[in-house]
Design a protein around this ligand. Structure first.
Ligand code: ATP
Ligand code: MG
Length: 396
């Protein structure tokens, strides 16, 4: 019989009245992600998502990798279904897990029985299968306290399932149950991590990138698209809004006092992002800001840059050390791309002595020569929308 995946739900199980809605969303997300890997049947029973390949053409390993990055799944395992009787279960364990068992010195069998009509209790079932396995594998001994390997048997409604140890899933909540937010995505280490952290809480992510050609190169833009692709491994898909930012930066350089350049530029970024966010149904912005990391990330600077926006700005990294952020970037696979050395528009026209404790009044005064509304309107006209998915998954 073929192999199937069981995906165990995380926090969703606790969600009372919303449980059905959460489960439906997760099933929809898994179905969508599986499309790129062939014909899979995906359904939910007993707080578990079943992912079953329907023919031999399915890319089972690719699908398995994809399942490991779907939010809302706390752990998952590949398993072999079989009939709900002792001989069939023993045979399934032998054929499916026999080699793994032979690599260990000690083992135990752990059983769970959600179909209470099954005639043996979980303990009796474990003892029976464990005894037969110990007889068949003379080099392996039973150790119920600290086994090197554990065989799991689950008696569920449809069938019995046997598997080895489960692996951790991506955790979090299913993408889409928490609304949608717009991440200001630079080419740096921080913002992809910030996007991932908010996405993990069930939020669909869109991105906006400010691009200052020719001060920043096509390579810098390609890098941001690649980072969006890497993050969409977890959140499924992403639209990257690329905004041409050159004219605004030049206007700031030509009309504003140098010490305020970065602050004014960031106020434009926030305002433009919030407008695109509203068009696209996003309820919040996300940035990779981190307290004290650079001059524009003091409390005073954040007050000034946040003042142009009337939706929440999520800064999930605000209290983290760089080391901690780098650890996550490595874990989610964005680090190596993020450190490629291309300029970001933030490093164009950087003031020698940036203002670290600005007041709102000072900044409004410093930008008074600019026609903000006209500059913003023009930038909004320049928006290029790029749809990104991981691998060849369809953008649905
Ligand atoms: P990152 O590593 O994410 O680039 P950073 O530590 O370099 O962050 P800044 O360059 O000050 O910090 O940027 C702070 C935040 O502003 C970024 O995390 C990102 O959310 C946003 N940001 C900066 N530059 C851009 C850009 N060109 N396009 C979109 N968002 C940007
Ligand atoms: Mg940066």
């Amino acid at each position: 019989m073929k192999e199937i995946f069981l995906l165990k739900l995380g926090e969703i199980v606790l969600k009372g009245a919303n449980k059905r809605q959460f489960e439906n969303r997760l099933r929809q997300n898994v179905r969508r992600r599986m499309k790129a890997y062939g014909n899979f049947d995906v359904f939910i029973m007993q707080s578990t998502v079943y992912v079953e390949p329907m023919d031999d053409e399915c890319d089972v390993d690719g699908a398995w990798e994809a399942c490991r990055s779907i939010f809302g799944v706390v752990s998952l395992c590949r398993c072999r279904p079989c009939e709900k009787n002792l001989d069939a279960i023993f045979e399934a364990v032998e054929n499916y897990l026999g080699d793994d068992l032979d690599c260990a010195r000690t083992f135990k069998v752990e059983s769970r029985r959600s179909d209470k009509r099954f005639p043996l209790t979980s303990i009796q079932l474990s003892q029976e299968i464990g005894g037969r396995l110990a007889e068949a594998h003379s080099t392996v001994e039973v150790d119920v306290h600290k086994p090197e390997y554990t065989v799991y048997v689950e008696i569920r409604d449809l069938a019995a399932y046997v598997h080895g140890p489960a692996v951790p899933g991506a955790g979090g909540l299913p993408t889409g149950v928490g609304g949608r937010a717009m991440c200001l995505l630079s080419g740096g280490i921080d913002s992809p991590v910030a996007a991932h952290m908010i996405a993990k809480r069930g939020v669909e992510i869109e991105a906006v990138h400010f691009f200052s050609y020719p001060y920043t190169s096509q390579l810098a833009k390609d890098k941001v698209i690649e980072l969006a692709r890497l993050v969409s491994k977890y959140c499924g898909k992403m639209t990257v809004n690329v905004v041409s930012f050159t004219e605004i930066q030049e206007a700031i350089r030509d009309n504003c006092p140098e010490e305020y350049f970065t602050l004014i530029m960031r106020r434009f970024m926030m305002e433009i992002s919030a407008r695109i966010a509203k068009w696209d149904g996003c309820g919040a912005l996300i940035t990779g800001e981190n307290l004290g990391q650079v001059a524009s990330q003091t409390m005073e600077a954040m007050t000034v840059t946040g003042a142009v926006v009337d939706i929440p700005i999520f800064m999930p990294l605000v209290g983290m050390d760089k080391e901690e952020i780098v650890t996550i970037a490595r874990k989610i696979g964005t680090f190596d791309t993020a450190v490629l050395p291309y300029e970001d528009c933030c490093t164009v026209f950087t003031p020698k002595h940036p203002k670290t404790k600005p007041t709102l009044g000072q900044v409004i005064n410093a930008e008074k020569k600019l026609d903000r509304e006209a500059l913003i309107a023009k930038a909004l006209e320049s928006v290029e929308k790029i749809k990104v998915t991981y691998d060849d998954e369809p953008y649905l």
